[in-house]
Write a protein that binds this ligand. Sequence first.
Ligand SMILES: C[S@@+](CC[C@H](N)C(=O)[O-])C[C@H]1O[C@@H](n2cnc3c(N)ncnc32)[C@H](O)[C@@H]1O
Length: 266
Amino acid sequence: MADRGGDVTEDAPGHYTAELIDVCEAIWGEGFLSPGGTAEVGRIVGSEDIRGAAVLEIGSGAGGTAMALIEGQGAGYVTGIDVEDGVLTHARQRIEARGLTDRIGLVKVVPGPLPFPPDTFDVVFSKEAILHIADKQALMAEVFRVLRPGGRFLASDWLLGSRPPSAAMEAYIAAEGLDFEMATADDYRAAMEAAGFDHVVTRSRTEWYRREARDELARLKGPLGRKAEDRVGKQFVDRNIAIWERMIPVLDAGEHCPTHLSAVKP
Ligand SMILES: C[S@@+](CC[C@H](N)C(=O)[O-])C[C@H]1O[C@@H](n2cnc3c(N)ncnc32)[C@H](O)[C@@H]1O
């Protein structure tokens, strides 16, 4: 059973270091560790009306996605869970500065079963976080359990185009250095269906992100990157440029597949 960590008082470094959070926010906006910002959160929610909803966010990171769910989509309350102290501390500061502490609660968890009773949430949301969780079947069974009947799973994630990944894709995943556990759309679909979900949909976002990634790389190589060097050092910015240079070819090849996912608990 996962521990519910409650208030976080210690800062462990984790994968998402202060330097990485800094560079991600410079590229993707305040509180975001993934692309597209508030507008992309809106596109994941799509035509669903989540006003007033009780939302669980898996992998809430630096807080940007939870704040977008409240401010952009009118969610009632977001419970964000994450495994890393550094991002949780950062997110708490962002959420407090925006005056949203009464609408967003953050909980430190350890990987494993979700520390919530059955039928608790109207929506389970996640953006670019499930790629860190190896057992998609176990996770989707847990998502199903904590959703109320009629509840929605709405997510975005980075998927594999096919198995086995090519050498270029393996090299890109290794360069990220974030313990990605990527799976295919078929794997996700099978996990959602095995859990009991209906109306399972996967929708490719690769074309969109191919364009975005080129723009991000240009900005990293330009004034945005030079400014970031003053804060995090040239070596760190160069390392990220090298990651983007490995990522764009595997996006172009259809091996790295940003994808929207949705499903309904009957
Ligand atoms: C790429 S970041 C995305 C954060 C945020 N959703 C966003 O889009 O800005 C992935 C987050 O998932 C968290 N994470 C990794 N494994 C997790 C797990 N088993 N349960 C919950 N969160 C996890 C990481 O610590 C990180 O904060």
